[in-house]
Ligand binder design. Structure first.
Ligand code: MN
Length: 285
């Protein structure tokens, strides 16, 4: 199923051309009290609610999907984790382009590790990406995003996918420059995720999905997640060797070749096979 948030605090399931409001299924689940847990409340409780969804859909309120503004599917990810260099063709383009590499040589994820993006960078599909420095190159990066559903640390490769609730489309927006990725990739609006989360049961192989990105309708990136250097399982194993993964954590899996600059007024469209289509407009602060 395709799970979304809309109207800021409503939880919905995409049902054909409609969004069915399943928020009442969460009514008897206590909201978290301060100090808040390090996981997302809705994602953490989704397994409790899931068996009742099918029966509830018949009577659920419905809204036309194209008339509703969606929010990012996860409200409060405890962590947004990114993989800097995870497609061979992007490693090659990065090492060939001084505007991307700034004199560094990109090697392997074993050497470079992962990076974190700030929670305040989160932006839903349909939102406006704000460029913080107009005189600096700011690039699009389309990426498969895995949404962690079950907590774990030191997760084995064999168990990795059991910890995934579902998948979504992400834009890992990036200012090019010499600073650490945690600075250049964490600006407000630089983690676009959406439009909804497709549960893992509908994605039998996350390492075999076509993905593409267009700017103003022009194709910029096209690949398939089978080209991931660290596949989804390996990324979860690797990330969880360092961090406890919590429900709602977002794992950006890396971008293929074709990254390039965007400017205010540009319209970004990204799609991943079976996961829908994400849109963002580019603006300036
Ligand atoms: Mn990226």
């Amino acid at each position: 199923m395709k799970l979304c948030r809309f109207d800021h605090c409503r939880i919905g399931i995409l049902d054909g051309a409609a969004i069915a409001d399943i928020t009442p299924l969460f009514d008897d689940i206590a909201r978290p009290a301060w100090p808040y847990p390090p996981y997302d409340w809705m994602v953490h409780h989704f397994p409790q609610v899931k068996p009742r969804i099918d029966g509830f859909l018949a009577t659920a309120r419905r809204f036309p999907a194209d008339a509703v503004a969606v929010d990012s599917p996860v409200a409060n990810p405890g962590k947004i984790i990114g993989a800097p260099i995870n497609y061979r063709d992007h490693v090659d383009e990065s090492n060939a382009d001084r505007e991307i590499n700034h004199g560094k040589t990109f090697t392997t994820l074993e050497q470079l590790g992962l990076f974190l993006k700030a929670g305040t960078a989160l932006l839903p599909s349909g939102g406006r990406v704000l460029i913080p420095f107009e005189n600096r190159r700011t690039d699009h990066e389309v990426e498969l995003v895995a949404v962690i559903g079950r907590a774990g640390r030191r997760i084995s490769r064999a168990a990795a996918l059991d910890h995934v609730l579902g998948y979504s489309i992400g834009l890992d927006m990036t200012v090019r420059g010499p600073e650490f990725p945690g600075f250049r990739k964490s600006a407000d609006t630089f983690a676009v995720v959406g439009p909804w989360l497709t549960t893992a049961d509908e994605v039998p192989d996350p390492n075999g999905l076509d993905l593409e990105l267009r700017v103003n309708g022009e194709l910029r990136q096209r690949s398939n997640t089978r080209c991931l250097i660290f596949d989804v399982e390996r990324l979860i194993e690797y990330a969880s060797a360092m961090y406890t993964l919590c429900p709602g954590d977002l794992l950006f899996t890396g971008t293929p070749a074709g990254v390039g600059p965007v400017r205010p007024g540009d319209l970004i469209g990204a799609s991943i096979q079976g996961l829908g289509e994400l849109h963002a407009e580019v603006g300036s602060l």
